[in-house]
Design a protein around this ligand. Structure first.
Ligand code: UDP
Length: 236
């Protein structure tokens, strides 16, 4: 069966790489994610990944501790580059070609992101791993995900979370909360549900870029999400 999507943007949060810890990279989790990505890439789906950095440094936390916000966000962006290098390398070790890009210029570490070059690498069958967020302070890697998905003309953004989709209320707090299989951008706003931060969500809505929310710990993994066997919510 032909894959349902030609090109996807996968958001991998820093938290997902830290596994059971709150800080750093846990090799089994890194390798597990890389394996799932390699499996999907080998079916011919083009994959661009935006990595977060919450397992290393978050600008907001640094600013709260007294570092100025622009400096703290630069530190956060550098953290995402550490994750991007680790993930791209782990994917390559699974036998799938992968290349890291940085939104912030650091030529001896990685090529600087341009949509033109990243697209050509995707067309060439490489998994591209995008670090450095948007390259600007005051943004998040969720915003980088929707932005890059639009720039790279992806079919969808996949956002793995702790829960298996978007619920009518917080499922951790309200046992009566119900999960949506699909929901429109407008209904997310009307019901004041949280899918991504405001800037990321507005960008997705304005450009009609669908978002699929799924559980990172789903047994069938990324392949299951793409084939529709894993539970998820499609926002769009
Ligand atoms: N960041 C930034 N601009 C961006 C993306 C990220 O300044 O476009 C910084 C920001 O300080 C953020 C940190 O990088 O706290 C890590 O990113 P994020 O919090 O999105 O990571 P995640 O929560 O997905 O692990």
């Amino acid at each position: 069966m032909a894959p349902a999507y030609k090109r996807i943007l996968l958001k991998v949060s820093g938290e997902a790489l830290a596994g059971d810890n709150s800080f750093g990279i846990e090799p089994p989790f890194l390798q597990g994610i890389a394996k799932q990505i390699a499996e999907v890439a080998s079916t011919g789906v083009q994959i661009a990944i935006v990595v977060g950095g919450g397992n290393i440094f978050r600008g907001m936390a640094g600013a709260a501790d007294g570092t100025d916000r622009v400096t703290a966000d630069l530190m956060g962006m550098l953290g995402t580059m550490i994750n991007a290098l680790a993930l791209s390398n782990a994917i390559s070790r699974q036998g799938v070609r992968s290349k890291p890009y940085s939104a912030v210029s650091m030529p001896s570490v990685a090529d600087t992101f341009t949509a033109r070059e990243a697209k050509s690498a995707l067309e060439d069958g490489m998994v591209v791993v995008l670090g450095g967020g948007t390259g600007n302070p005051f943004f998040t890697t969720d915003t980088a995900s929707t932005l890059r998905a639009i720039e790279l003309e992806c079919d969808v953004v996949l956002k793995g979370t702790k829960v298996d989709g978007v619920y009518s209320d917080d499922p951790m707090k309200n046992p009566d909360a119900t999960r949506y299989d699909a929901i429109s951008f407008e209904d997310v706003l009307r019901q004041d549900l949280r899918v991504m931060d405001t800037a990321a969500f507005a960008l997705a809505r304005d450009n009609r870029m669908p978002i699929i929310v799924y559980a990172l710990n789903d047994e069938s993994g990324l392949a299951g999400v793409l084939s529709g066997t894993a539970r998820s919510t499609r926002v769009g």
